[in-house]
Design a protein around this ligand. Structure first.
Ligand code: LER
Ligand code: MN
Length: 270
């Protein structure tokens, strides 16, 4: 298992669950100094990832890019993949695929979280699921051109009505034959929705591709009451070798959240 921490490059996401906020140079330096394996980037748009500059930082600090998020497509640009208007859906698809190309060039998978959208009023659920599939098929094909998977993240009920439970999402991906799409399990969302976090992780097995390592209160693991020991035991049981990436609030401040994360990670994975 590998450790990672998040950096947001999106001022409009202020107050959101990201550890670092002061740009890539600052985040890479702090992340490397604490001994993480990777960094997860939340850019405002695909153009914000200059691959040459990011590659230089990766090399300088011996860090991988663990994943790249697409949430700014919703938070900043207000588009999503299940929007009733075709033009908005097409913009959302292009945003996601452009991000997949940028992330793919860095060897990193891209995440579909908030940009999945929701079943809007007046839209049939089956129609929204077909639109979601359309977006996932495009993203999966683009990701496979770069030899990476694409990540689909179930969210809690206050953020989407598409999929709130991990296994419902995994069954959907399987029904739609989306073999290049893996589940991103965010422990914060799971804490709201799942009956048993460790059992769910065991059920996910190989369909798990990435994990947001957040405590019950969306603070660093160790600051809440999520049963992290049981969860890491379940991850070992399924031979999970991906990232535990801290998508958490920068509380009490960025550096303390990052430090608590890496301390918890080390204590749990020895
Ligand atoms: C994205 O990874 C996520 O978890 C959403 O709740 C948006 O913050
Ligand atoms: Mn998340």
């Amino acid at each position: 298992m590998k450790s990672a921490v998040t950096v947001s490059l999106v001022p409009e996401a202020a107050g959101g669950p990201f550890v670092f906020w002061k740009g890539l140079e600052d985040a890479f330096a702090q992340t490397a100094a604490l001994g993480f394996d990777g960094i997860e980037i939340f850019p405002s748009d695909p153009g914000a990832i200059e691959t040459g500059r990011v590659r230089a930082l990766m090399e300088q600090h011996s860090l991988a890019v663990a994943a790249v998020g697409t949430g700014a497509g919703w938070v900043k640009h207000r588009v999503h993949l299940c929007h009733p208007e075709l033009e908005v859906r097409l913009k959302a698809q292009e945003f996601v695929c452009a991000m997949v190309r940028q992330a793919g060039a860095l060897g990193a998978p891209t995440i579909l979280g908030s940009m999945q959208g929701r079943v809007e009023a007046g839209v049939e659920r089956s129609q929204a699921l077909d639109w979601l599939t359309e977006g996932l098929v495009l993203a999966e094909a683009t990701a496979s051109e770069h030899g990476v998977v694409f990540l689909y993240e179930p969210l809690n009920r206050y953020e989407t009505n598409l999929f709130n439970l991990q296994m419902d999402a995994a069954a959907f991906l399987s029904e739609r034959h989306l073999k290049g799409v893996r589940i991103l399990a965010d422990l914060f969302h799971m804490n709201i929705e799942e009956k048993d976090l460790a059992a769910t992780i065991r059920s996910l097995g190989d369909s798990l591709g990435h994990l947001h390592f957040a405590d019950s209160n969306r603070r660093a693991i160790g600051f809440g009451h999520t049963p992290a020991v049981d969860i890491v035991a379940a991850l070992r049981d399924i031979h999970y070798s991906g990232y535990l990436s801290a998508e958490v609030l920068p509380l009490p401040n960025s550096i303390a959240a990052a430090r608590r994360t890496i301390e918890s990670f080390r204590a749990l994975t020895v």
